[in-house]
Design a protein around this ligand. Sequence first.
Ligand code: NI
Length: 254
Amino acid sequence: MIDTHCHIYLEQFENDLSEVLYRASEVGVEQVLMPAINFDSLPKMDRLAHQQIEFHKMAGIHPTEINDGASTTEEELLEYCSQPDIIAVGETGLDYYWSSEYKEKQKESLRLHCKVAKALDKPIVLHNRESTDDLLDIIEEEQDGTLSGVWHCFNGSVEEGKRALDLGLYLGIGGVLTFKNAGVDETVAQLPIEKMILETDAPYLSPEPNRGKRNEPAFVKYTAEKLGEVLNSSFEEIDQVTSSNARHLFGLSL
Ligand code: NI
């Protein structure tokens, strides 16, 4: 399996990192993709190593960091993201949950990330919280046929999901799929698995049966199991198709 969105480099894993990675490897996680929160994330990612698990880095500035005053220039973001070991631009996106004061700044940052992603022909990783229309409007403006990416932690409606697919995005399916009454299962059942990839967003958004606890890459299996239930497919098929999708989107080797 490939955990396509995991903040394994954060301090929440400092004390038991080797146990966490052992459990991930035991359930069959072979690759872990790491979105940045800001540029300080990158040296932390560089410290990770494991015999059975491949780690891949992304570079970008999370929208909530923009609220806290973080910013980047086109030159700086280009420089980070052009490094050959950076597989994607992100995470970026919009988040209106905490505050609506920084909407314009977040939009500006998202546009910049889109521009760099297109210039470097690398996919973009999109965070979205209470900002779906604005997010998809910007992707529509920026989509010139060369932009690819993922709406990470997808929790939109069927219509919003279809609009994202039409815009060339994949849907990142995470622990929210397993939450009772969230309705993501019913939505996802109506969307094509050919455009879905699996993720944890660890340490956040832990799936059932570990909801509310720290999330970790091994828990991607609970989301894969649930997706199998929802789409009436076997675990193996879910793993095979979503992993192939992830390799295609992020240009990963086998
Ligand atoms: Ni994230």
